[in-house]
Design a protein around this ligand. Structure first.
Ligand code: SF4
Length: 247
């Protein structure tokens, strides 16, 4: 299966607290009015100029091992090494919000409007990341229609450049997925163009396989430890209160 998704920009609209968190502003603090208005202005530009589109494509564990090996530069042990052989299904994915938002960011920096340029950059990154969530949901829904989903199953995505998967892994990933079909190209330095793009693998399987510790040698350099939040979310009980025995 290979599937392209035209995604509604409203579905990837980032919230202010999500964006400010990436700038180090905690969600329990109310930001100054100036910051709120910069966020609003950035979000309006984002909604006007984003053109989100994504693609997913089935890949077997065997084939993915070749993709994951990449140029042989991954860390010795990684979370994906542990998870892969226990996964039920994998898809490669890529998503972009297009070039027009990046053009706007460049224009703002050229005209020395750094405050708005920085905020738009953060909004666009958060929106692109949300696009990844939408692709995960779409994949999950496809599996659900095939009757593969139950309360023990979930999905998690991984990308080159993170968690021990070397950035150069983009090369093999592009050879297998061909995200050029949705307008994403790879530079010799493994950067995706448009810059506001993401790619990687979405893994589907039992929740337990994703319950890894953030104590790999490279984790000491990780500034976010966001795997902890992502894993915590997977283990949240999503059943309605009534089914959980609540009121
Ligand atoms: S701590 Fe950071 S680098 Fe380590 S697994 Fe978690 S997200 Fe990845």
């Amino acid at each position: 299966m290979r599937k392209r998704f035209e995604i509604s920009v409203e579905d990837i609209e980032p919230q202010m607290d999500e964006v400010l968190k990436t700038q180090g502003i905690p969600s329990d603090k109310s930001p100054p009015e100036k910051v709120k208005s910069l966020f609003q202005e950035s979000k309006d530009i984002f909604l006007k100029y984003s053109e989100p589109v994504g693609i997913i494509s089935d890949i077997s564990v065997f084939e993915f091992e070749t993709v994951y090996r990449g140029e042989g530069l991954n860390e010795k042990e990684t979370p994906l090494d542990e998870i892969l052989n226990k996964a039920d299904n994998l898809v490669l994915f890529a998503l972009t919000i297009g070039e027009r938002v990046s053009e706007k960011i460049r224009e703002l920096f050229k005209t020395n409007d750094f405050a708005l340029g920085c905020m738009l950059d953060s909004v666009a990154s958060a929106g692109t990341d949300k696009g990844g969530d939408v692709l995960e949901e779409n994949f999950f829904n496809l599996l659900s229609k095939k009757g593969k989903v139950n309360l023990q199953k979930c999905i998690l995505r991984f990308s080159p450049g993170y968690c021990g998967w070397h950035m150069s892994g983009q090369k093999k990933l592009f050879e297998f997925l061909n995200p050029e079909d949705i307008g994403i190209n790879l530079t010799d330095g493994f950067l995706m163009i448009p810059l506001k793009s993401i790619s990687g693998v979405i893994v589907f399987g039992d929740k337990e396989i994703f319950n890894f510790d953030d104590n790999y040698p490279f984790c000491s350099e990780c500034t976010t430890h966001e795997c902890k939040d992502r894993i915590r979310k997977l283990f949240r009980d999503l059943r309605p209160e009534k089914e959980k025995g609540g009121r």
